[in-house]
Design a protein around this ligand. Structure first.
Ligand code: XMP
Length: 512
């Protein structure tokens, strides 16, 4: 039987990050609801269990709870943050509201020897994000580490192999976090490991074949990495039962259609049809200014365009999309799902109810960098795999206010300059996304001896690992100067360029 780790989701945005770390360490895992029963879990026969963190307080009356039978299974457990507090509470320890929370970087000191900290320094840099804290560990437990202010940062019950850590080993800001999770998996839970991307391909191919049977799948290619990887995966799984479509929604970057057609005709031949839906999208977007309305409107137009183009295909029951985990997590709402709705990503929340297709989303559990690795294994060209992400709603969410032909033309020109200049930048590969945003703000300028009154373009350049968090890139001044000067000189209708210096959170990467 396949070795599996079960990750209990207590509503943390990081539950999937934990999953990703575990898979990176070569162990297959699945995320399960926090209230899963012993019986539900038995089909997984988990080798280890991890409890995620979560936004709630274990001290609140209606906090997301755990079935106590889970702790009695005898399976090694690692509780993270909320997960640790819950273990403490259920086993008779004490959890209290701190007078002030611990958020951000912290240093902890470990005491004594424990396999969890094997090979790690006694003083560890970790990432904290909690208000409550465990003040008394339950009987049978001992504290393994403390923060500078004496807060218990880790605890264990050695006999039962039940561990808790107050910090977040799954985030990159805990530099040794992956090693700690590895220690838990291999030294404490004695996992065998050996799970790879190749295994993911085999399993996905089998699952797709089983689900699709003898029916057909239409695949929505967006030109980005995600949908291309989906198409390649489907190509491998069901070959000619899949037909790929690329919707030209009129919201694409300059030269985008030509480039995609070229890749899928010459470098990675696929059965690809371009749907010219420019008119449909632009008409639907007329007068729409609210970001959520835009996204919903684009989602609907997208499906309509698809329906029209595929209506002649017999047995086309499935629609495959390159939805990734960050798209899913940010479109889910509060209880039962990890986070409040931040944005309706067009390939998730914006889809109309009466879709008419069954969705096939084989990358739903993956992060971007995992998808790139998958694409590489499937033989997709490097230049496609290293394209920057581009949102489904395209330039529409980079034009603040109404999307018009004129605004699109101005933004496209500015965007082309951004792409050209960023491509020349020596650290281009370190950049997650670089793009221009057209603001509905006019400012006064002077060009030659003339007064100008034209729009502002914001430049957004961010680094990120997975799109969940991001930071603005400290670009060299000369790069900024070149981008600004070229946009102002070459794009009619723009007389000012500003640089967006907001991180995510609290900003998001796209402006809408
Ligand atoms: P935000 O703006 O939410 O973006 O910080 C996170 C990442 O997702 C991309 N993005 C989208 N991708 N459909 C997509 O396929 C969408 O509706 C969508 N909206 C944002 C964004 O470009 C960034 O990489």
């Amino acid at each position: 039987m396949r070795e599996t780790v079960a990750i209990f989701d207590f509503g943390s945005q990081y539950a999937q990050l934990i999953a990703r770390r575990v898979r990176e360490l070569g162990v297959y895992c699945e995320i399960v609801p926090h209230d899963s029963t012993k019986e539900e879990l038995s089909s997984l026969n988990p080798a280890a269990i991890i409890f995620s963190g979560g936004p709630s307080s274990v001290l609140d009356a209606d906090h997301p709870d755990l079935n106590p039978a889970i702790l009695a299974l005898g399976v090694p457990v690692l509780g993270i943050c909320y997960g640790m507090q819950l273990i403490a509470l259920l086993d008779g320890g004490t959890v209290e509201k701190g007078t002030r929370g611990e958020y951000g970087p912290a240093e902890i000191e470990t005491s004594g020897e424990d396999p969890l900290f094997h090979g790690l320094p006694a003083r560890l840099h970790v990432w904290m994000s909690h208000g409550d804290r465990v003040t008394v560990v339950p009987d049978g437990f001992q504290a393994l580490a403390c923060s500078a202010d004496g807060t218990i940062a880790a605890m264990r019950n050695a006999a039962r192999a039940v561990y808790g850590v107050q910090f977040h080993p799954e985030v990159v800001h805990t530099p040794e976090g992956s090693k700690l999770i590895s220690n838990f998996l291999y030294l404490i839970a004695r996992c065998r490991g050996g799970w790879t991307m190749g295994t993911f391909i085999e399993e996905s191919v089998a699952a797709i074949r089983k689900k699709v049977g003898s029916d057909r799948v239409v695949c929505a290619l967006s030109g980005g990495v995600d949908s291309a990887v989906v198409a390649a995966l489907l190509n491998r799984a069901i070959g000619s039962q899949m037909k790929a479509y690329f919707v030209d929604n009129g919201l694409l970057r300059a030269g985008e259609v030509e480039e995609i057609v070229d890749i899928f005709e010459r470098e990675y031949p696929l059965d690809l049809t371009v749907i010219d839906a420019r008119e449909r999208f632009l008409t639907a977007l007329k007068g729409v200014t609210d970001p959520e309305d835009k996204r919903k409107c684009i989602g609907e137009s997208f499906i309509d365009a698809f329906r029209d183009a595929t209506s002649h295909m017999e047995n086309a029951l499935f629609l495959a999309q390159g939805t990734l985990y960050p798209d899913v997590i940010e479109s889910r709402s509060a209880r039962g799902g990890p986070s409040v709705t931040i944005k309706s990503h067009h390939n998730v929340g914006g889809l109309p109810e009466n879709l008419g297709f069954t969705l096939l989303e084989p990358l739903r559990e993956l992060f971007k960098d995992e998808v790139r690795r998958l694409g590489k294994e499937l033989g997709l060209p490097e230049k496609l795999l290293h394209r920057q992400p581009f949102p489904g709603p395209g330039l529409a969410v980079r034009i603040i206010g109404e999307v018009t032909d004129e605004a699109l033309s101005v933004l496209r020109q500015a965007d082309t300059i951004v792409q050209q200049e960023m491509y020349r930048y020596e650290n281009y590969r370190d950049i997650w996304q670089s793009f221009a945003v057209l603001l509905p703000v006019k400012t006064v300028g002077v060009m030659g001896d003339e007064r100008t009154y034209a729009n502002v373009v914001a430049l957004r350049v961010v680094s990120s690992q997975d799109g969940m968090t991001a930071d603005w890139v400290k670009l060299p001044y000369d790069v900024l100067a070149r981008v600004s000067s070229r946009i102002i000189n070459e794009v009619r209708g723009v007389n000012r360029v500003v640089y967006d210096i907001s991180s995510k959170p609290p900003g998001t990467i796209e402006w809408e």
